[in-house]
Design a protein around this ligand. Structure first.
Ligand SMILES: [Zn+2]
Length: 300
């Protein structure tokens, strides 16, 4: 095996993601790279496709800035899958060529690149939102608890699925590190890009990767298809995570996907601990998350 491209021992930022995608595509030219749109600060939001099959599947990560480990989990899975496919090997006991023929997997590894950069590097006076961000972060220069985008909007409270109820439940009056739903659904370019991308690609199933909790959320107000629960049980069995039926949560990406398309959508809470999760946990987290990503390819 060639030397791995994706290094998992160091924090993962947008620059590394873009570079890894370029190197992966060089080594594995069958990877298709695209961009779903741009962040508030104009960063292209990358997407990568593996597979040519009729089962259209989507995984995303880092909707929340301080959950950037999910980007690394997804991009490591891209590398492992591409390596297995290109060398005709199995992917954790599954036939990678068959997976590639049966499914088209689109991954958006970092939905919120501006937020991830903020968590890693904070702000300096050149940052276009310098003063607001310091104010919204209560004067703290440490942004490691930041979840939102750089306008202080929580991207996973932005979707038109009972958005008003989520806003009222959260009761966060203005921009901040977390839980502010914005002035309306899809006001933020990252959330709008995800909605457009999802509509265009006609996915049969989606998974949004978050951290932490070792849980799998599979329902939304009874609108999910009846097979969702059994699918969640399969994902739980593959990973050791718990399948959890949620109430009193709206306006998330998977909520909107289920409501809009009546197809299976899942939120996966990887790992256990305080965000950002330490990379000492990466091998364990990866074995659990990769088991879910692989099982996901077999669900449809
Ligand atoms: Zn999250």
């Amino acid at each position: 095996m060639e030397r791995p491209i994706v290094q998992t021992a160091l924090p993962y930022d947008y620059t590394k993601l873009v570079e890894d995608l370029r190197l992966l595509q060089q080594r594995y030219p069958f990877l298709e790279l695209d961009s779903i749109g741009e962040s508030v600060l104009g960063k292209p939001i990358p997407a990568v496709r593996l597979g040519i099959g009729p089962n259209r599947i989507h995984y995303n990560g880092a909707f929340h800035a301080n959950e950037w480990v999910t980007s690394l989990l997804l991009i490591k899975f891209v590398e492992q899958y591409a390596e297995a496919y290109s060398s005709g090997k199995e992917l954790n006991g599954k036939n990678s060529e068959e997976l590639y023929r049966r499914t088209s997997l689109w991954i958006v590894p970092m939905v919120n690149p501006d937020g991830v950069e903020l968590v890693h590097y904070g702000v300096n006076p050149e940052h276009p939102y310098y003063e607001q961000l310091l104010e919204w972060n209560q004067g703290l220069r440490d942004f490691s608890n930041w979840k939102a985008n750089v306008r202080g909007v929580d991207l996973n409270d932005q979707f038109p699925a009972h958005w008003e109820e989520e806003r009222d439940r959260r009761f966060v009056p203005g921009p901040g590190m977390r839980d502010y739903a914005g002035t309306g659904p899809l006001t933020e370019p990252e959330a709008a890009a995800m909605a457009d991308f999802t509509k265009e690609r006609d996915f049969g199933m989606v998974m949004a990767f978050h951290s932490q909790g070792q849980e799998i959320y599979w329902n939304y107000r009874g609108l999910e298809p009846k097979e969702s629960e059994a699918m969640a049980d399969r994902l739980a069995a593959a990973s050791g995570y718990r399948a959890v039926k949620l109430t009193d949560s709206d306006a998330g990406y998977k909520d909107w996907f289920i409501q809009e398309f009546r197809r299976p959508g899942f939120t996966i809470e990887v790992g256990l601990g305080t965000n950002p999760l330490p990379l000492s946990q990466f091998p364990q987290m990866y074995s659990e998350a990769a088991a879910i990503m692989l099982e996901g390819l077999l669900l449809l």
